[in-house]
Design a protein around this ligand. Sequence first.
Ligand code: A2P
Length: 276
Amino acid sequence: MKTIQDVYVLKNGVKMPKVGFGTWQIPDGEACYNSVSLALKHGYRHIDTAAAYRNEASVGRAIKDSGIPRDHVFVTSKLQSHIKSYQETLDAFEKTLKELDMDYLDLYLIHAPWPWNEIGKDCDAGNVEAFKAMEKLYLDGKVRSIGVSNFSPKDLDNILKHCEIIPHVNQIAFFIGNNQEETKNYCDAKGILVEAYSPLAIGYALSNDIIINMAKTYKVTPAQLCIRYCIEKGTAPLPKSTHESRIIENTGLDFKMKEEDVKFLDTIKDDPRRWN
Ligand code: A2P
């Protein structure tokens, strides 16, 4: 089976394609519609969006127009980071469904433990309220799995202590040089699947000599090596691109990395966004 069609099985038995197409920073309208359409055309069956990206309507339209049955595409969206109450979470979810023009989601995430303009603020009580609303949506059958994003072990502890369902997913920035060992180990221990956003370090990893040279030894591109690394680590990468050739390139993942190479890349502890 091609890697792009391969799946992880979440703790609740739901199958999630291992590689998702990310849509962060892809502007709403034609750019987003075309990128998602191309991703579906070239084999992606997992699309990641968020209310904060303001492109849910284009994502939904591209999925509908693709003609691919709804239940063959895994769709994720996220609760805006400033929403931290029960009723507002339920309302925001309905708005997201309306924007996407769908009647259910495959995965709904709390976008961040704090509002993006107040990073680090203590929102423990609000996160519990928001997650309890997500549990209701899950139990009502409106979403097939629920989780969080950008959560640290401490943020996860708070949810595990006060909620019934262990989040199925934690979506975090994860790439060579930023493999978030502590959070990843915590998630592994609890059966929480880690999704890797920005697997190319927003493109910065691609001009690094170590990555370029290792990619050559596998006869793949630096982008393919970066994405494959995330899979070798057991995470679900969410690469994004607005160019068809790159969207195709990023599906070329049918190679295996040697354990020693993965381990070597693990030793890089520098965020590539600061390299070069
Ligand atoms: P573009 O959309 O112009 O193709 P990440 O997924 O880590 O956030 O990285 C996304 C960035 O990397 C985007 O700027 C995207 O640009 C670029 N990118 C995506 N795929 C490739 C690729 N295969 N080769 C080079 N750049 C890429």
